[in-house]
Design a protein around this ligand. Structure first.
Ligand code: ZN
Length: 261
């Protein structure tokens, strides 16, 4: 990885904070401001963080902004349908090119997450301020770096339970248990193209979950994990005409099979 800072765009729908008193109390400047502060606090000069919200032109996700984004974090709930398809196309393209994506809480039914997963992404839920115990089931994963113990707890949460209709994840890092008895794959990773995607469920807007030190650590770890890395990619498929060494077989190519009809 290069030494250049990871360029992070923290995207938020930013509706509840302006319309729901209990959310405004917890996040007076918006969930995006709290997440951006958490990343700056934990990662310092290793990140450059900007924020973007739904009501900005192009939802704050112009082609220029996305071209300069290494990792995009997404929080949305009420207005998934207001996100324009053009922006969804653009975000998907950037993920396939290598941009990391952190999908938080109710983003499971956002257009972009469903597009990338190809399934309904539905789950069961209950808002009863119950306890959530988040078990670390992949303790050596970089997203779990620095967490103490085998689990941590959030005292009041919204329950998200199985069955969660996602494709089989590449990795499951966290499994949540709830006071009401349900369980949930609360931290999962996926690869799409050259991009890395992390879904993390805690973060309901009427509880101060993004002020929790463990949650902030996980999100910061996930930004580092999702940042583009690896070897240079040489672009689209290419026809190789000259073999590196002689090929013994004599083969007549039927060019008509390769041409568009
Ligand atoms: Zn919620």
């Amino acid at each position: 990885m290069s030494d250049a800072p990871i360029r992070v765009t923290v995207w938020n729908e930013f509706i509840h904070e302006r319309t729901v008193a209990s959310t405004r109390e917890i996040y007076p400047e918006g969930i995006h401001a709290v997440l951006a502060a958490a990343l700056r606090e934990r990662l310092g000069s290793a990140v450059e963080v900007r924020t973007a919200t739904l009501d900005e032109p192009e939802h704050g996700l112009s082609a220029a902004v996305l071209a300069q984004t290494d990792v995009l974090t997404w929080w949305g709930h009420k207005a998934h349908d207001r996100v324009s398809d053009a922006v969804v196309d653009r975000v998907q393209r950037r993920v396939l090119e290598g941009m990391g994506l952190l999908m938080l809480h109710s983003g499971h039914t956002s257009k972009i997450f469903r597009r990338l997963m190809g399934t309904s992404c539905m789950l069961r839920w209950r808002e009863a301020a119950e306890r959530e115990r988040i078990w670390i089931v992949d303790p050596s994963h970089p997203i779990a770096d620095g967490l103490e113990g085998e689990f941590f707890e959030i005292p009041h949460t919204e329950m998200y339970g199985e069955y969660f209709d996602i494709p089989r994840p590449d990795e499951v890092i966290f499994i949540s248990w709830y006071e009401g008895g349900e369980v949930f794959r609360s931290g999962c990773t996926f690869r799409r193209g050259k991009g890395k995607v992390f879904y993390f469920s805690p973060g309901h807007e009427t509880f101060p979950i993004y002020h929790d030190a463990n949650v902030r650590r996980i999100i910061a770890n996930a930004v580092c994990w999702a940042a583009p890395c690896g070897s240079r990619y040489f672009g689209d498929g290419r026809r190789i005409e000259a073999p590196l060494s002689p090929i013994a077989a004599k083969h007549a190519v039927d060019e008509s099979l390769h041409r568009k009809k």
